[in-house]
Design a protein around this ligand. Structure first.
Ligand SMILES: Cc1cc2nc3c(=O)[nH]c(=O)nc-3n(C[C@H](O)[C@H](O)[C@H](O)COP(=O)(O)OP(=O)(O)OC[C@H]3O[C@@H](n4cnc5c(N)ncnc54)[C@H](O)[C@@H]3O)c2cc1C
Ligand code: SF4
Length: 808
């Protein structure tokens, strides 16, 4: 360890972390790596924010490297820390939260900031950019209460934001300063076809409009234009360009122009300091797309690993619009410069437009609308700069008979060195090799093996088609498994584990022929859950297969500290308990004490090494606020105090929480009990909600109050408290036995249908059998805090070890 060089990365984003991934492959042990990231998240796919906004992906799906990846690679991560100062003489960086790190080499990968038009009123609430998770969350939240949105900027990002806002149910207008949208990538014909298509999807356009000021009191109410007109709106998203984030570099005396100036090896003007990504300016250009940034990262990694490499020579870029139902591709020069010729094909009936720009017999640019299947091939020709004399018409994709070639034959005819995945620079040859030599049999396998389709996902159809072409006989069995390590689905895996009596993760992977013997961060926790669910009395939980929160029995916070939530049954506490919690909070100098949404007390900002001592002093069970487990049972006061109450909601809630505490479930589970249909405990957005009625209880299932709010479905009505427990036991066990790992009840109920669940729980004997099985599962659980407090060996995991990161 001591001989290792110290490497610090500032910016936990796409370019910087990709450079680190390359470096770890080239030389895993050469550096002690520290990463500072201003955002409170691990490394994620920023490109996929458009899909998150449009409802095509969840935030959790877009994490590239979760917290386990950092600890597995011994990377010290300061998440939520912005570096504010670099002492280039002493080679040290300092964060806004007081962390420091020394370096031998420093990489700046601070990315860009959205350019916000300096309009009067631009500081009002409801005026945002579109850059990060926070912006996405604001848009999703806004759409719940407001209806009208304006996007300023008719470029790629603006249109993706607008499409997402439409999907969120907002009335969306795109304001663009020029006459044609995407005018930096498309010619007039393609731009007009795109506009017509988007208008048919419900998007409105205000073109040739100069925004002048933003009107409103605290919050935006309208956008005014220079021509005196205005449009009413509740939200303005500015998507008018980006500015490299050079603040830190500039303040540290590193040469900065529009971006941080770098040479071909990504070296800045200060020795030992490098820059990659959107913040870097290379040969006068700074890039706003990932493909060139990844190329820069590869060069930098080789430089840092001491591997000989040619310098970075700049990139030609191509773009695709990620809006569903609209295929647009553009690369190189799209408006004919002097001396150039162009070849066009336009089919207004099928909505297809193609244009090639040719100069000196070489392809220098291409625009495709409607049918973008030839994008990769054309982009490759533009990059190679070879003569296309005599092949121009064929390249336009129109064969002699006037028929367009099928995309399969196009892909088959494509040369091996042509690039399929533009973002990650993966060629057709590399994908073919992954299928033929490395046994990849699904798009997921290919993604894991080559990174093709891992970023914007635009090449997924081509990757799938290559799979069809080269997987040959295996083509029938080509299907997506639970992850890239297997082609088996959840149900097939569970059936095989049962049939063959497999008892450990290793055994499952060996017998079911995993293609990656260590598994991955998706399949290991799933298998750990399925084995625990199937063999509750025999299976020994594999802690290493759980995520950080579940390993430490507390929720990790963005500054690396933890939060502690003791169990308070039904949310009902006592003065003595409150005093004890207050004393512990004081003793351990807990910076924040807060009530959670589920009526529990959260002690935030606890150091990892203090956790066991704190649990010991609290002497209360874990509230499992961190796990895929029963979280809370929220209650109202019910008939005990409320004049409307028809049943004892608190008593019922406490009974249920005691019954199911410590229950391991596929995803977190929340319950609530309301004492009458006024439903003060919000039981109808819970996984299992109980609402008292005259003479009985309504049982509701599959609710969710999170990002995708879902009201529950009524499962049945019962009369007694015992029946409530019987049905809750049966429902929860049926969910445990049939849902996919990480699938909330709301998604599960939608996937399998309420009727199938009703049918499974209809007969009393089936319910009792399920109840028996849940009792067995519950019978072997132990309170994890108590176990750690009592077992010295387990406590050791919480002690800080020399040289091991304290923050993750
Ligand atoms: C919605 C959206 C869609 C996109 N779609 C595409 C697409 O389809 N194709 C494509 O190629 N590109 C696309 N892009 C662009 C692509 O995401 C960026 O080019 C890429 O993320 C840039 O990588 P980076 O590492 O330079 O910057 P980032 O990914 O922005 O990472 C920089 C990180 O550094 C952090 N940081 C900054 N200053 C500090 C500091 N002082 N201390 C600590 N941390 C700091 C920032 O918080 C940020 O997390 C899209 C971008 C967005 C926003
Ligand atoms: S749900 Fe009914 S019983 Fe419970 S607090 Fe509200 S009004 Fe009272």
């Amino acid at each position: 360890m001591t001989n290792r060089q110290k490497l610090v990365l500032v910016g936990n984003g796409m370019a910087g972390v990709r450079a680190i991934e390359h470096l770890l492959k080239l030389t895993p042990d050469a550096y002690d790596i520290t990463i500072f990231g201003a955002e409170p998240y691990p490394n994620y796919n920023r490109i996929a924010l458009s899909s998150v906004l449009a409802g095509g992906a969840d935030m959790k799906d877009i994490i590239f490297n979760d917290l386990n990846w950092y600890s597995e690679n011994n990377i010290r991560l300061f998440m939520g820390h912005a570096v504010t100062r670099i002492d280039t003489a002493r080679r040290k960086v300092f964060s806004d939260k007081g962390a420091e790190a020394e370096y031998d080499s420093l990489i700046l990968a601070t990315g860009s900031n959205p350019f916000m038009l300096p309009l009067p009123g631009a500081d009002k609430e409801g005026v945002i950019g579109f850059r990060d998770i926070k912006d996405c969350e604001i848009m999703m939240e806004t759409s719940k209460t407001y209806k009208k949105a304006v996007v300023i900027g008719g470029g790629l990002l603006g249109l993706e934001a607008a499409r997402g806002l439409l999907n969120l149910g907002m009335d969306v207008s795109v304001v663009h300063i020029h006459e044609h949208i995407m005018d930096r990538q498309l010619d007039t014909a393609a731009s007009m076809m795109l506009r017509r298509e988007l208008e048919s999807q419900g998007m409105k356009f205000l073109l040739k409009k100069h925004s002048e000021s933003i009107v409103g009191r605290k919050r935006v109410q309208a956008l005014k234009f220079a021509d005196g007109s205005q449009i009413e709106t509740d939200l303005i998203v500015m998507a008018v360009g980006i500015r490299p984030d050079v603040k830190l570099a500039k303040a540290s005396g590193i040469e900065v122009d529009r971006g941080i100036v770098v040479n071909d090896y990504m070296e800045t003007s200060v020795p030992g300091v490098y820059a990659v990504g959107e913040c870097a300016q290379h040969r006068g250009i700074f890039y706003g797309l990932v493909a060139p940034l990844y190329e820069q990262g590869a060069v930098l990694a080789k430089r840092l690993a001491g591997v000989e490499t040619e310098g970075y020579a700049g990139s030609v870029t191509s773009t695709k619009l990620k809006v569903s139902g609209v295929n647009v591709f553009s690369a190189g020069v799209f408006k004919e410069p002097e001396g150039a010729r162009s070849l066009r094909y336009q089919d207004e009936i099928d909505g297809i437009y193609k244009k090639l720009v040719i100069q000196d017999d070489k392809l220098i640019g291409a625009v495709l609308f409607g049918d973008t299947g030839d994008g990769a091939k054309l982009f490759s020709l533009i990059k190679k700069g070879e003569s296309i004399k005599g092949r121009e018409k064929e390249l336009l994709g129109i064969a002699a008979g006037g028929q367009s070639e099928s995309s399969a034959s196009r892909l088959e005819a494509m040369a091996d060195d042509e690039i399929i995945c533009g973002c990650n620079g993966v060629s057709k040859g590399a994908i073919k090799d992954a299928i033929l030599s490395k046994g990849c049999t699904s798009v997921g396998d290919i993604k894991a093996c080559t990174k093709a389709s891992a970023s914007c996902g635009g090449c997924k159809p081509e990757v799938a088609e290559l799979l069809q072409i080269y997987a040959g006989d295996k083509v029938v069995s080509v299907k997506e498994g639970i992850c890239g390590c297997t082609t088996l689905s959840r149900d097939e895996i569970v059936a095989e584990i049962k049939r063959m009596g497999l008892k450990t993760i290793k055994e499952v992977m060996n017998v079911l022929e995993w293609n990656n013997e260590e598994g991955c961060s998706k399949c290991r926790p799933s298998l750990n859950y399925y084995l625990g669910m199937l063999w509750p009395e025999e299976y020994k939980d594999e802690k290493e297969s759980r995520f950080t929160n579940e390993r430490y029995h507390a929720n990790i916070q963005k500054d690396g500290t933890y939060s502690v939530v003791p169990r308070i049954y039904g949310g009902v506490t006592s003065p003595a308990e409150l005093k004890k919690i207050a004393e512990v909070a004081e003793k351990f100098e807990v910076p924040l004490v807060k009530f959670t949404g589920g009526q529990r007390i959260d002690l935030l900002g606890v150091k990892k090494e203090d956790l066991p001592k704190m649990w010991e002093e609290l002497d209360m069970p874990s509230g499992h606020a961190y796990g895929k487990a029963l979280r809370t049972v929220k209650t109202c006061v019910g008939s005990t105090f409320c004049r409307f109450g028809t049943q004892d909601a608190m008593g019922m809630g406490i009974r249920l929480e005691k019954e199911f505490e410590r229950l391991n479930t596929p995803a977190k589970v929340k319950l609530a009990v309301s004492g009458c249909p006024r439903n003060c405990a919000e039981a109808t957005i819970k996984d299992f909600g109980i609402v008292a009625i005259d003479g009985g209880w309504e049982l509701h299932v599959g609710g969710n109050g999170g990002v995708h709010v879902r009201a529950t479905d009524l499962l049945c009505v019962v009369k007694t408290e015992d029946e409530v427990v019987e049905w809750a036991s049966a429902f929860l066990q049926y969910y445990r036995e049939n849902a996919q790992w990480n699938e909330r009840t709301s998604n599960w109920v939608e996937r399998v249908g309420l009727d199938s669940i009703k049918q499974a729980l209809e007969k009393k004997e089936d319910r009792l059998a399920l109840q028996e099985r849940i009792k067995t599962a519950l019978g072997v659980t132990k309170d994890p805090w108590k176990e750690i407090v009592e077992e010295k060996e387990l406590r050791k995991n919480f002690e800080p070890l020399a040289g091991v990161p304290a923050s993750v």
